[in-house]
Design a protein around this ligand. Structure first.
Ligand SMILES: C[S@@+](CC[C@H](N)C(=O)[O-])C[C@H]1O[C@@H](n2cnc3c(N)ncnc32)[C@H](O)[C@@H]1O
Length: 413
């Protein structure tokens, strides 16, 4: 078995051949093995752990994408008001930045400690050790506002700060692999799960397996917080977005698949018909609302040229063949005037995807990223398309590129 396959099986990570070989080379140097075949053949569980440490990406910082923490505080407060404590899981937790941010946000929100518990897991024992120590350097304090450092950290050395014991005690850290989690014992155990910036490193089958485990661990009325680039994967695998701005929050989707196509959820390619397939029977109940049927209303990122409202997904805004053709015409007319209009190419990609013309969609999104290499949405669509086409290497590269862009955006916001 190659180093790449071995690592992929153990971690789920789409590790490139060169990264896997470099890691093996490093370990061979440290352990005195002369050739990689012998090293891989003789590898022990302890040595495997050392090897894995070299390929994981433990990048994290305190209050990364902070809206997720504020959305959780709201949920915990609301549950506590009804006498219910909230179980929170952070997986992967890297060096503890995420669960500690959660604990700080809850304390800032005046939530009593008996109102919640926080479990945090990471594949890497090194990460768990760092998390338990709770000592952070400059990189962990990348958030815009670091006033929390004064409240919750003590200065230990030059640029090093240690989290106060009162907060450290609120998080239980353990080493664990999401793909091997004991979902039977912890079935529906958690009310809130943070699983951010992990699936971007997985291929499609592994992503599906990971989401299945998360779904098994999450209570039916629970909330899951994902990384921005990971929302489409969740929507494709039984989750639906929740309305919390910039929190990338999702819930288990209990509604049957709607007749409308959810652009943000990136469904498998379908042929666009003038009437969406299998429409739900229309019922004339103008005065009676059906809350269970209502979908979260969130600002629509994709349909700006299609719809000026902030309603997504909403049947009324869904384009018909005729309206798509009109919009495509507008895009082409716009491109005739402004040939470098990346956004117009992006929209043409969407329109063609809806029409089931995936090759054309691919071509337009590629033109879009040629003109605007940091077009995040186009990269995500291309990644998902590559995945659908079974090209997992291209998909991983595109996802990683999208994730880097997203991280840059967040850092500069
Ligand atoms: C980029 S960090 C994300 C940390 C944090 N959730 C965040 O968003 O800041 C990715 C982490 O995933 C961990 N990891 C990789 N594969 C894993 C797996 N199969 N199960 C649990 N953790 C895993 C790595 O050790 C690494 O610390």
């Amino acid at each position: 078995m190659t180093a790449q396959t071995l690592l992929r099986r153990a971690t789920g990570l789409s590790v490139s051949k060169s990264v896997a070989e470099r890691a093996v080379g490093q370990r061979m140097e440290q352990t005195g093995f002369a050739d990689s075949e012998t090293y891989l053949h003789a590898i022990t569980p302890a040595e495997m752990t050392q090897l894995i440490e070299l390929v994981v990406v433990p990048e994290s910082w305190l209050f990364r994408d902070p809206q997720a923490f504020y959305a959780t505080v709201e949920l915990v407060q609301e549950r506590w008001a009804r006498g219910r404590a909230t179980r929170i899981l952070s997986i992967p937790c890297a060096g503890g930045e995420e669960p500690y941010s959660m604990a700080m946000a809850l304390r800032d929100g005046g939530v009593p400690k008996q109102a919640f518990s926080i479990d945090a897991y990471d594949l890497s024992p090194g990460c768990i050790e760092r998390a338990q120590a709770g000592i952070y350097g400059r990189n962990a304090f990348r958030a815009q506002d670091v006033a929390f450092r004064e409240r919750y950290f003590t200065h230990v050395a030059d640029d090093c700060y240690r989290i106060i014991d009162a907060l450290r005690e609120q998080v239980t850290f353990r080493q664990g692999n999401l793909l091997q989690f004991d979902t039977a014992t912890y079935s529906k155990h958690y009310d809130v799960i943070f699983c951010r910036n992990l699936l971007i490193y997985f291929d499609k089958p592994t992503t599906r397996a990971a989401i299945q485990n998360l779904s098994a661990l999450l209570a039916d009325d629970g909330m899951l917080l994902a990384g921005y680039a990971e929302v489409p994967s969740f929507c494709q695998n039984g989750f639906a977005p929740l309305q919390f701005r910039q929190a990338f929050a999702l819930k288990k989707d209990s509604t049957p698949p709607a007749a409308v196509i959810q652009v943000a959820a990136l469904p498998p390619a379908r042929t666009l018909r003038s009437v969406p397939p299998a429409p739900r029977p229309r019922r004339r109940v103008p005065h009676r609302r059906q809350p269970q049927r209502r979908r979260a209303r969130v600002p629509c990122r994709y349909s700006k040229p299609l719809c000026k409202r902030t309603c997504w997904p909403k049947r009324a805004c869904w384009p018909t063949v005729a309206s798509c053709a009109k919009r495509a015409k507008k895009c082409h007319a716009h491109l005739a005037r402004v040939p470098e209009a990346a956004e117009a190419y992006f929209m043409l990609g969407i329109i063609n995807e809806l029409a089931g013309k995936m090759d054309l969609a691919d071509d337009y999104w590629r033109r879009c990223i040629y003109l605007q290499p940091d077009h995040y949405e186009a990269l995500c669509h291309l990644a998902l398309l590559a995945e659908r086409n079974g090209n997992s290497t291209a998909a991983s590269t595109l996802k990683a590129r999208a994730a880097r862009i997203f991280q840059r955006r967040q850092a500069s916001n």
